[in-house]
Design a binder for this molecule. Structure first.
Ligand code: COA
Length: 172
């Protein structure tokens, strides 16, 4: 398998929209109503919103390619781009998604290591993320990668309030 990582630019907004919608729908479509899903997809992944995020100097997106296909992506935030006030010593993994047919081949770990590399380059002490309490697959993955639960916060899927566990990993 030939794997490459590429940092996304503003020109990647359409590609980013495609993979964001595809992977979010694959992951959460079964457990959420079509109304809440559509409301979330429209709000989070419209082109204007994605362009704004791609232009934020405190956010970075990376695609992982398998051969020439985008197989997944990660979004990391620092400073005030973080979705919670976690301080300047933290880096947030806001999104990490691998297309279902590419899962369990080490690509999630590859993107996580990219996020860790970014955090260490910037002398961060901690990586953190929010994960839906019902997303057992991702929680198991994060635990395997050394994250521990450190709290919870609310997340809105359309009108529905859901609980996200906050998980953190200290970098040494
Ligand atoms: C969670 C996700 C990113 C993991 O990526 P992945 O490519 O499937 O995982 P990897 O193959 O890199 O696995 C890395 C390690 O975690 C382990 N792992 C992965 N999923 C696991 C699971 N469900 N249970 C237990 N261990 C798991 C692997 O066995 C592997 O262990 P190893 O290092 O000993 O070989 C991916 O499954 C995904 O995109 N899921 C849907 C989207 C999602 O839920 N994103 C998170 C939103 S918060």
């Amino acid at each position: 398998m030939t794997i490459n990582i590429k940092k996304c630019t503003l020109e990647d907004s359409r590609k980013l929209q495609e993979i964001s919608i595809e992977t979010f729908t694959e992951t959460f479509g079964q457990q959420n109503s079509p109304e809440n899903m559509n409301a979330y997809l429209e709000k989070a992944f419209n082109i204007k919103q994605l362009e704004k995020e791609l232009s934020n100097m405190f956010s970075e997106f990376f695609f992982v390619y398998v051969h020439h296909e985008v197989a997944g992506y990660v979004k990391v935030n620092i400073n005030d781009a973080q979705s919670e006030e976690m301080g300047e010593e933290s880096l947030e993994i806001e999104r990490i998604y691998i297309k279902s047919r590419f899962q369990k081949h080490g690509l999630g770990k590859y993107l996580l290591h990219k996020a860790m590399e970014k955090a260490m380059e910037r002398n961060k002490k901690k990586i953190w993320l929010g994960v839906w309490e019902k997303n057992e697959n991702a929680i198991a993955f994060y635990k395997k990668m050394g994250f521990v639960q450190a709290g919870a916060h609310s997340f809105y899927m359309g009108e529905e309030e859901q609980i996200d566990f906050i998980m953190t990993k200290t970098l040494i």
